[in-house]
Design a binder for this molecule. Structure first.
Ligand SMILES: Nc1ncnc2c1ncn2[C@@H]1O[C@H](COP(=O)(O)OP(=O)(O)O)[C@@H](O)[C@H]1O
Ligand SMILES: [Mg+2]
Ligand SMILES: [Zn+2]
Length: 323
């Protein structure tokens, strides 16, 4: 028996009952799908088209078809997004679904960060897939308003900037200033988590507001969390922390800046998070490394993937917390 395809609990075949409830409203769903990536009718091949769901990776929609909970077509009642592995020019591309599933699960379980519900699955042909349940639908299937920070901050693409505006037209300080006090605390924790897990892709489109039941626009559950260092050689952090653009003064994304935990605390102070709370956040993350390394070993990553993931966590811990 393996680990749960949702929460990684040991000795489970497919999904444990808690995960079936969370992800599939109690229906039994095996860890292997009955269809392949090519059978999915609604696919987006990387480029934002007329869909509200855009992004760089290919992804597809799966939904309910009569009694079949996961079918390769779209249905408003039960909607999931599925991502196959990254293109094969990337290193460890086959590990990308397990990477995203692990990183999302780690955020939720170790740090109580609100995340999109997700599972690690296999297509019928055995290829790995990452499945996530849409959070922009309520229980009845009604659409909840979601707005990413490109739109919140009115970030506009420059001519021929090839999407760079998502990274360098605003800073995390600008994002933080748009959040309510509770979300500001979550946001600082999310940024530290992403730094420690080697996520160099937290740009304006990977941060969103979501309409709450009361109609307020609140920070959405986190999505697209992954250790990008397994697949590409990208910067340690996607955007500048501070308004003064400390890292990319001339818009040079490759410029380096050695972030320390103090920088994240300083950002927290600037956006108005209380000192006492920031101190407890620092303490929480500074003591979490062992647990992070342990959960990597429980994931669906390959052995090489696990080793690399842990190396990145070690490296980023050293950078943040070593005096
Ligand atoms: N679980 C989810 N529920 C609702 N919307 C989602 C969910 N996951 C992702 N999205 C939306 O879809 C977009 C693309 O998904 P993402 O995981 O970021 O893919 P990519 O790796 O291509 O950037 C996101 O920017 C977000 O707006
Ligand atoms: Mg994304
Ligand atoms: Zn589970």
């Amino acid at each position: 028996m393996a680990n749960c395809n949702g929460c990684l609990k040991e000795n489970i075949d497919g999904f444990c009952s808690a995960c079936e409830t969370k992800l599939f409203d109690r229906s039994k769903v095996p860890g292997q799908l009955e269809f392949n990536w090519n059978d999915i009718q609604d696919r987006i091949m990387g480029q934002p088209a007329g869909f509200s769901i855009s992004g760089v990776q290919p992804k597809g929609f799966v939904g309910r078809d009569k009694n079949n909970l996961l079918a390769p077509n779209r249905d408003i009642e039960s909607m999931y997004i599925i991502k196959p592995f990254l293109d094969s020019r990337k290193t460890l591309f086959i590990d990308s679904p397990a990477n995203e599933h692990l990183t999302m699960t780690m955020a939720e379980q170790l740090f109580n960060i609100s995340t999109a519900k997700c599972g690690f699955m296999k297509f019928a042909n055995g290829e790995p897939a990452y499945l996530t349940r849409r959070f922009d639908r309520d229980k009845e299937g009604n659409i909840l308003r979601q707005e990413d920070f490109v739109s919140v901050l009115n970030a506009a693409p420059g001519t021929n900037d090839h999407g760079l505006y998502k990274y360098n037209s605003f800073t995390y300080e600008d994002v933080g200033n748009r959040l309510n006090p509770t979300d500001q605390i979550s946001f600082i924790r999310i940024l530290i988590f992403n730094f420690l897990t080697g996520n160099g892709d937290v740009h304006l489109k990977n941060l969103s507001l979501l309409e709450s039941v009361d109609g307020d626009m609140l920070l959405s559950p986190s999505y697209d969390l992954m250790n990008t260092k397994l697949h590409i050689n990208d910067p340690k952090i996607a955007m500048n922390l501070f308004k003064e653009m400390e890292r990319t003064k001339q818009n040079l994304l490759t410029a380096t800046y050695d972030y320390k935990i103090g920088d994240f605390i300083k950002l927290g102070k600037r956006i108005g998070v209380r000192d006492r709370i920031l101190l407890s956040i620092e303490k929480e993350f500074s003591t979490a490394k062992a647990d992070m390394l342990l959960i990597v070993d429980k994931s669906f990553l390959s052995d090489v993937g696990k080793r690399k993931y842990k190396e990145v966590v070690e490296l980023h811990y050293n950078q943040l917390f070593r005096p």
